[in-house]
Design a protein around this ligand. Structure first.
Ligand code: HEM
Length: 548
């Protein structure tokens, strides 16, 4: 009779195999980093043959007095200041959490990195809670190229003017909500407030599902999306560990089911309209992400249009729609919050912006909505307002650039002739550090929108390649014109009617935080906190009042 091994023995054997496998991978990863980076004398923090740079972040927290919820970009940004000689370029080895990385915050390296087309494979995994599958943001090769080309018509400047109705309607709703808040004299977290507004805009611009399914289902969808983001980006530094725990995986799957069922139903409803001939082709006014992908589907099946959308198509389309909801609302929300914040701290700039709005739209604020609907080109006259937004994006960029170096790829320092290999390395272009790099910006911490109106002989004139909130090159932000238009519409609709005052001291007092112990980064209480895109700490507590 055969003797079967007992359960504990099997378990011990499996665990030993798993540990053995992990140790072999660890040795390989560390050895590769040693031979390809450490031995070559590349710039990096002190490296440990067993732990790599796993303790570096912890040390940085202590050394720079960083707060736990700070955005990852600023944590690396703080470390980058130690690498003056390499113009703030440095490598880190955070295996098993991330592949080897090079972090850069100087225009000369960023301009080389922007030409790299691939995204890191880690990004596919890190975006998974948001997208649920490969999307245009994280895929590579022809899969990415074909999807980007398919979606591009929805982001052309002329078409965007067509879409500003969504921003105008949304800003009107915001105006009403602000009036209620002002009347009730409530303390609000402005960023959370703008999130809802931006999410509705994203729906209008990319799906228009509000017209297809009920408001309740839309709200359940947005709640599930935000929940997945909040649970998975608990301060990026710990998210990769937390995300592997079963309870988080369960929350993820639950939210994913809600989101996917919703988008699947939205697609079915719109497909019915296409099939019923209610939408015959893509008109000038009809290039939402949803319609672009459905039109493509119909054209690929024109010989025999299927009765229902097939599962393979839906599995591909849902991540594209999910990413549009995410990128369509997240960065714009933070930018809007920081714009009100900086305007309130800089009354002269606020005055100038309001004067520009009076000049372009007349002093009757109630006429703006009609003027925008009938003459959207007026937005092009808002040069000062645009300079303010650009300066806000310089000081508080909500996102960064991510690329992955192919075989043989290098970054080169033309002054020293140094070559830095980025073969099989993730490249992280740290926008916040780059935008405040004193080598490239005069008065880097000061709010000076004038730098974006200055001529080339002015010391404030931005150095080429130093301003890159939307990145450049083939992987740049597809939605930048849309984002800039939305921000201008929102500002022109609200800035003359309301005064927004940040209320961090009051917030801290209410939450038992003393003035001395309130967390700050470089003296800034509204530092960028870590949840997916960078958002103001504590959601930016504010008081809103009607302008006298
Ligand atoms: C203030 C608002 C925004 C900022 C600061 C921003 C910034 C960025 C950045 C930094 C990237 C990464 C580029 C890189 O790694 O090279 C990016 C990519 C992207 N953004 Fe935006 N974004 C904003 C709004 C939007 C909007 C409104 C949309 C569209 C709904 C959008 C769609 C995308 C897409 C699809 C990509 C991936 C492009 C690709 O990989 O081909 N973004 N964005």
């Amino acid at each position: 009779m055969a003797i079967l091994p007992s359960f504990p023995i099997v378990l011990a054997a499996v665990c030993s195999l798993a540990v053995g496998y992990f140790l072999i991978k660890l040795c390989k990863a560390r050895a590769s980093f040693y031979y390809n980076k450490v031995k070559k004398g590349y710039p990096m923090p002190p490296w440990n043959p067993i732990l790599g740079h796993l303790l570096v972040l912890n040390k940085a927290f202590k050394k720079y007095n960083l707060t736990r919820d700070m955005h990852m970009d600023d944590i690396f940004g703080a470390i980058s200041k130690e690498f003056v000689e390499s113009d703030s370029l440095f490598y880190v080895d955070l295996w098993p959490f991330l592949n080897p990385m090079v972090l850069i915050s100087s225009p000369k390296y960023a301009q080389q990195a922007e030409l790299v087309q691939d995204r890191p494979s880690d990004l596919l995994w890190s975006m998974h809670p948001v997208t649920g599958g490969p999307s245009v943001f994280a895929t590579n090769g022809t899969e990415w190229k074909d999807t980007r080309s398919l979606l591009l018509p929805g982001f052309k400047p002329n078409y965007i003017f067509n879409q500003i109705i969504y921003s105008i309607d949304g800003a009107e709703a915001l105006d009403m909500a602000f009036r209620i808040i002002a009347k009730g004299q409530n303390l609000v977290q402005l960023d959370r407030f703008f999130l809802e507004y931006m999410m509705k805009l994203a729906d209008g611009q990319h799906c228009n599902a509000g017209n297809l399914l009920s408001q309740e289902r839309f709200e359940a969808f947005t709640k599930a999306l935000r929940s997945n983001m909040d649970w998975h980006y608990l301060g990026d530094s710990i998210s990769s560990i937390v995300r592997r725990t079963p309870i988080i995986q369960l929350i993820n799957s639950y939210n994913t089911r809600i989101m996917n069922r919703y988008l699947s139903d939205v697609m079915d409803e719109r497909y019915l309209e296409w099939r019923a001939g209610k939408v015959s082709s893509l008109s000038y006014s009809n290039k939402s992400t949803l319609d672009l992908i459905l039109a493509d589907y119909m054209s690929k099946h024109k010989d025999k249009v299927p009765e229902v959308l097939d599962t393979a198509f839906k599995n591909w389309a849902i991540p594209q729609l999910r990413i549009m909801f995410f990128v369509g609302h997240d960065s714009g929300t933070a930018t809007l919050s920081y714009t009100f914040y900086l305007l309130s701290k800089n009354p002269l700039a606020l005055e100038k912006m309001r004067a520009e709005h009076d000049e372009v739209f007349g002093s009757d604020v109630t006429a703006v909505s009609y003027l925008l609907r009938t003459q959207p080109n007026l937005l092009n006259k808002l040069t000062y307002t645009t300079a303010v937004i650009r300066e806000v994006l310089r000081l508080f960029p909500p996102a960064s650039g991510f690329r992955h170096g192919k075989s043989g790829a290098h970054l080169i320092d033309e002054n020293t002739g140094n070559h830095y290999s980025v073969e099989n390395v993730n490249i992280w272009i740290l926008h916040s550090a780059l935008h405040r790099n004193p080598r490239y910006w005069k008065d880097p911490s000061e709010f000076k929108p004038e730098r974006f109106l200055a001529g080339p002989n002015d010391p404030l004139y931005p150095v080429k390649g130093a301003w890159r909130p939307f990145e450049h090159g083939p992987r740049d932000c597809i939605g930048q014109a849309l984002a800039m238009t939305t921000l201008r519409v929102t500002l022109v609709m609200l800035v003359r009617s309301f005064d927004v005052k940040p209320a961090y001291e009051e917030w801290d007092y209410l939450h038992g935080i003393s003035l001395e112990s309130a967390p700050k980064y470089e003296g800034e209480r509204a530092y960028q906190a870590g949840q997916s895109g960078a958002h103001p700490a504590e959601g930016m507590p504010c008081r809103i009042s009607l302008r006298q």
